[in-house]
Design a protein. Sequence first.
Length: 264
Amino acid sequence: MNWTMLDHPGWDTISDAAPVRAMRAPAGTWLLTHPDTTTLLGGDGAAPTLDVYTPAALHDTPLPAELRTALNQLGPVQRWRNADLWEALATAIIRQVIRAGQARKMHAAFRTAAGQAAGPTALIPTPEEVLALSPEQFAALGMAFKRRPLQAAAAAYLAHRAEWAELAPDVLVKAVQAVPRIGPWTAGAAVADYSGDFTLYPFADLAVRTWAALADPATTWPTDEPSFAGLWQELAGPHLSTLTVLTLAWGDHHARTDQGSTHH
């Protein structure tokens, strides 16, 4: 069975049930149930896209032996592509400068307190809902420092969503950086989540560097972003998206199995 990534903080685990996630699509709202089930909650239209990334695509790349072995052992990886650009932007802003575990808790609290219920979980608040929240409401959620970037992104999304929907991912990642507090990391993480193209992800960030080093401790990996980025691109060649996703998936697998999870 393919490994399904649960890296997005929108995934909730309720009691002992399989993880679930609610996602807006252009014509409807969907409930995703791990690993690959979709249920239409409202509206119509096509279900979100489940992208698959396979280690076989890396067979002709000059990967270090231990990293290649680690990724091969993981096997094909599937990841739900985010059908909602607004949620991808808001999620990337929530993830800014905090640890993954803290971002997951904040994301869940924000959805529960200010978003719309969707089956057993909740959706991220809409841009309109975010703009209506007061400073006091953000502060009560421990999100005072997220208010300005989230509200700036909400206003920009409402103003530009039709235009942004027509842009190719490599153009979109530049366009959204016109929004205050959205820099290259946030833009790259959001558009990769939205497009499934992880050549746009900030592939030299701490997460990728950490998981590469843990998957392959025999290699002396550069610790600074520019040097790591250069080496990563050299190793990946034309398969940068696949290598980056699989390494993030290895980290997702490592973190979840360390916590006793066996979901695939």
